[in-house]
Design a protein around this ligand. Structure first.
Ligand SMILES: [Zn+2]
Length: 267
């Protein structure tokens, strides 16, 4: 039996995708860096420029990070688009949706001087029209706000539901289960905002999880775009009695009878 693995021969992947680019990301990125992990951060370029802030129901004022600090901060992590101004997408025309995506992508690319490949929808509304616009703007994936409560990675890059929202009651159980599961290509993807760590008082709990991920030899930390690219490549692999054909441009990893090996691209 051939078992599919993640890069470097790892059995499982851990991914964290946080929205809005708020000031608590500074503390959170420090934690990721401390444990050598990578995150994905979904930003609204217009709100960042305007210094947008709002008051959470707990009284905490949530502030956006300034453009001057984000480039250094997110180095080594993925930056993705979360629209220009965080609108409720159901109320927008197709042209307005395209503008919210394309202009945000352009602004972020100019600021970060790198290609922005991912999109995460603001709020919880997603539709076929939004998915079509995500593709049209040249993104490689569209993340919805739905949760899957599953370790099986999504197969639809443009209807991508993350594993678990970190303030939901099932969060602890989901993460605990991840370290135990034997699922092939098991994925734990956590979605949320770093300000939730303040309002829910869960910084310590999150650090414990990150430390555990870093110490677990079966787990690799991946950004969302790294996951999408790797899983897409894995889906195109052809496994036959005579061997494995790797039709992608990514090195793919497998295990057979306890032996871990990789298959390089055919071309
Ligand atoms: Zn958001």
């Amino acid at each position: 039996m051939i078992r599919k693995l993640y890069p470097q021969g790892k059995k499982k992947a851990f991914s964290i995708t946080y929205d809005d680019g708020v000031t608590q990301d500074i503390r959170f990125v420090e934690l990721l860096n401390k444990y050598g992990l990578k995150g994905t951060f979904n930003l609204n370029s217009e709100l960042m420029k305007n210094g947008f802030e709002w008051t959470h129901e707990t009284g905490l004022v949530i502030k956006r990070l300034k453009p001057e600090v984000v480039v250094d901060l997110y180095q080594g992590h993925e930056v993705a688009s979360h629209t220009l101004t965080h609108p409720y997408m159901k109320d927008l025309t197709e042209d307005e949706i395209l503008y919210q995506m394309a202009q945000d992508k352009k602004n972020l690319e100019e600021l970060f001087q790198r290609e922005i490949c991912g999109f995460a929808v603001p709020f919880d509304y997603y539709s076929d029209l939004i998915a079509a616009c995500v593709k049209k703007c040249g993104f490689s994936y569209g993340r919805m706000s739905d949760e899957r409560y599953s370790y099986v990675p999504p197969e639809e890059d443009f209807y991508w539901a993350a594993g678990v929202f970190h303030i939901m009651p099932k969060f602890t159980e989901f993460v605990e289960g991840f370290f135990e599961t034997e699922e092939e290509l098991a994925l734990c993807q956590i979605v949320g905002h770093s300000y939730d760590l303040d309002t829910e008082n869960m910084w310590e709990k999150m650090e414990e999880i990150l430390q555990r991920v870093a110490e677990d030899e079966d787990v690799i930390s991946m950004t969302h775009i790294e996951l999408v690219r790797y899983l897409k490549a894995m889906r195109s692999a052809v496994i036959t009695e005579n061997g494995i054909e790797n039709h992608s441009d990514v090195e793919l990893w497998f295990e057979e009878d306890g032996r871990i090996f990789s298959v390089k691209p055919m071309k």
